[in-house]
Design a protein around this ligand. Structure first.
Ligand code: GAL
Length: 681
């Protein structure tokens, strides 16, 4: 069975962007230019109508899609596909004025005036009806249009609403979840400060003193968002069951649980900003972070490709300062996404508008109006390369390592007062550990706690603060059956209500797996660090000393071996890294934030021991490599995140698709160079 594509039956890599003809209806010559320029830019897919509600319905009940129809026809005539948006991301002014209930209420109880966007209430029946009516009309009119590729639900859903309608839903949600006040109070430990709730209706959402409740509030807001999104989708599902629905996510945004939202859409799309600019001194570190995010995104729907819905060939106008993008970076950024499983890269925006706050936001078409710009040429060259590499469509990314990521653990940790105060950078450990794998070209699947990880020889579980029911048991089984687990001592601190797990950390039974007991935490400020020294002859092959920043855990060995020990502080001699044999496997525990030097050594050792392969045979530092395979075809993607020429060992014979040459054994990448190689027989 071939793997599904982003648009059923469409075998091109999707390439294009947000197109706003609704802003240019009075300029037919510009629209004509757009249609001349689109194929020249090698673009084939456009998101349309994201903020177009008022242009469809300038007054209540008067709806016309005439301009959209003309655009859709022109798209079809040029064999271009449309990602058609539902316009709920921005309401018309008349609607906001006539139906104040649609406008959100904030934590102070204030209803927002009409301005901005992404600000409607999740519950308002009026808005839900309006959205259903609009989406029904769109689906009826364009559901069978040959240009229609997929649905783009609203735009970057996010935020919370505390209006009376949403609060009534909150009370219902709590009652459905807990059944009784007693259970709820127990789950939140709300006897603290006399917060024992006597009614589901009195639970004030924005009260950071009851952190378990705040975790639930984020869960509830996420559920409201999903509920609204499903409501939006209902007419589309009914009228166009074969057209896939997506919505654009925002990277690793900490307020939303994308792993949950993802379960309700057909395919995954991300808005990636600003991945790279000249402001960033350590491009490889950004490259690693983006790869972590991409590995997470691919895992939401592993059986389907994902896409960049928005990215930018130049700089977003909101960057401060707004630097240019170095030559080469744009292609590198896009090929990185494709290498990690995307099959479409689109831009915000196709053309710069004449006014409004995004008039200087980077685009394919500049205010100058013609195609002779650096950005346009870069996009066009990439479009041509995409045509040469169409065979990639339908291939699969190979991954040998699993990493566990959990948004609710992030919420629980961040909402708990004490740990990490002043530096609540939840993802830091995960991203550092990921870098050790990324630099070796190992494929990594980043997965939620509810996913399967038994088949991976190596599982990394950074800051698994909150253990969901069953997770500890599954981890125990995984290790007992022979798996290698790397975790840090911030795992197994709380249960799913953010209540501390009693009996010593790591809790929930993981103490036995780790063979240690953490008695105290030391949260380090920016001026303080500790030194950890490897123990001679340790079984992980670690050597030398390294710095520990941010946090250190003071632990007792309970059967584990100390692989490294702290050299300073009153806890000098206490383990800094431990390894414990458990069943047929082992658990490695980091007792302080590891620095990259240690991570590199650790991943190198585990990679050799576990026979991990990597995408290429020799990868210089700062260069990333990914492998995608399809039947008998193998593709390797390379990105040089350094400003030096780099030589990559690739073994065997390959064709470079960027340069259209044959190469053997090794490949030279220019500064910020990138390439796609296809293996030759
Ligand atoms: C995104 C948004 C777009 C545009 C873009 C600018 O967050 O979805 O509509 O505003 O940012 O970078």
């Amino acid at each position: 069975m071939p793997r599904p594509t982003l648009i059923p039956g469409e075998n091109r890599i999707l390439h294009g962007g947000d197109y706003n003809p609704d802003q240019w209806l009075a300029y037919p010559e510009i629209l004509n230019e757009d249609f001349r320029l689109m194929p020249l830019a090698g673009c084939n897919t456009f998101s349309i109508g994201i903020f177009a509600w008022v242009s469809y319905e300038p007054e209540e009940g008067t709806v016309s899609f005439d301009w959209l129809n003309r655009i859709m026809d022109r798209m079809a005539a040029q064999n271009q596909r449309v990602i058609l948006a539902t316009p709920s991301g921005a309401m018309p002014d008349w609607m906001a004025a006539k139906y104040p209930e649609i406008r959100r209420v904030d934590r102070q109880g204030l209803r927002a005036p009409y301005r901005d966007r992404h600000n409607h209430c999740w519950t308002s029946p009026v808005y839900r009806d309006k959205v259903t009516e609009m989406n029904t009309r769109l689906a009826e009119r364009f559901g069978k249009h040959p240009a229609l590729g997929m649905w783009h639900l609203s735009n970057e859903y996010s935020g919370e609403c505390l209006c009376p309608l949403c609060r009534a839903e909150w009370a219902k949600w709590l009652e459905a979840k807990y059944g009784s006040l007693e259970k709820m109070n127990d789950a939140w430990w709300s006897h603290f400060w006399s917060h024992t709730y006597t009614s589901f209706n009195t639970v004030e959402p924005a009260d950071s003193t009851v952190d378990g409740m705040m975790v639930d509030w984020l869960r509830f807001s996420n559920d409201r968002l999903i509920d609204f999104m499903r409501h939006e989708m209902a007419p589309l599902r009914r009228l166009t069951p074969d057209v896939l629905c997506t919505t654009n996510f925002m990277g690793t945004n900490g307020h939303l649980n994308y792993a949950e939202i993802a379960k309700h859409v057909d395919l995954i799309a991300d808005d990636q900003y600003p991945a790279y600019s000249s402001e960033i001194t350590d491009l490889a570190s950004s490259g690693n972070y983006v790869a972590f995010k991409d590995n997470l995104y691919r895992g939401f729907h592993p059986d389907r490709p994902w896409m960049l819905m928005e990215s930018c060939p130049e700089s977003p106008q909101w960057c401060s300062p707004m630097r240019t993008k170095d030559p080469g970076l744009h292609r590198l950024e896009m090929l990185q996404a494709i290498g990690l499983g995307a099959e479409g890269t689109c831009y915000f925006q196709w053309r710069k508008g004449k006014g409004g706050m995004e008039k200087f936001h980077g685009a394919v078409v500049d205010h100058v109006g013609h195609e002779n710009t650096r950005a346009f040429r870069g996009v066009a060259e990439l479009g041509a390369l995409y045509q040469r590499m169409e065979g990639v469509v339908g291939s699969k990314v190979l991954a040998e390592v699993a990493m566990i990521h959990d948004w609710e653990s992030q919420w629980g940790y961040e909402l708990s007062s004490g740990p990490g105060n002043g530096r609540k950078d939840y993802l830091h450990t995960a991203v550092t550990l990921h870098r050790g794998l990324w630099e070796r070209g190992y494929g990594v699947d980043v997965l939620g706690q509810d996913r399967e990880w038994d088949q991976y020889p190596l599982v990394i579980a950074p800051r698994m603060w909150m253990l969901k029911p069953g997770t500890a048991e599954r981890i125990r089984d995984y290790v007992a059956q022979g798996g290698t687990l790397v975790m840090d001592a911030l795992g197994g601190v709380c249960d799913e209500y953010n209540r501390v797990l009693p009996g010593g950390w790591p809790g929930g039974g993981l103490r036995e797996v780790a063979g240690i007991w953490v008695e105290e935490w030391d949260w380090l400020d920016e001026k303080t660090h500790r030194t950890a020294r490897s123990v001679d002859g340790n079984s992980l092959g670690l050597s030398g000393s390294s710095e520990v920043e941010r946090w250190a855990m003071i632990a007792h060995l309970e059967g584990a071996e100390a692989v490294a020990i702290f050299e300073d502080g009153w806890y000098r001699g206490a383990p800094a890294v431990s390894v414990n044999a458990y069943g047929k496997g082992r658990c490695i525990t980091l007792l302080g934030e590891p620095d990259i030097a240690v991570v590199r050594r650790l991943m190198g050792h585990l990679g050799r021991e576990l026979h991990l392969h990597g995408a290429v045979s020799d990868l210089p530092r700062g260069v990333a490599a990914q492998r995608r395979v399809k039947e008998d075809q193998t593709y390797v993607f390379l990105q040089n995140f350094t400003k030096d020429r780099q030589t990559v060992g690739i073994g065997g014979r390959w064709r470079s698709l960027a340069n259209d040459i044959e190469i053997e054994g090794s490949h030279i990448l220019n500064p910020l160079g990138s390439d796609v190689l296809i293996q030759l027989p």
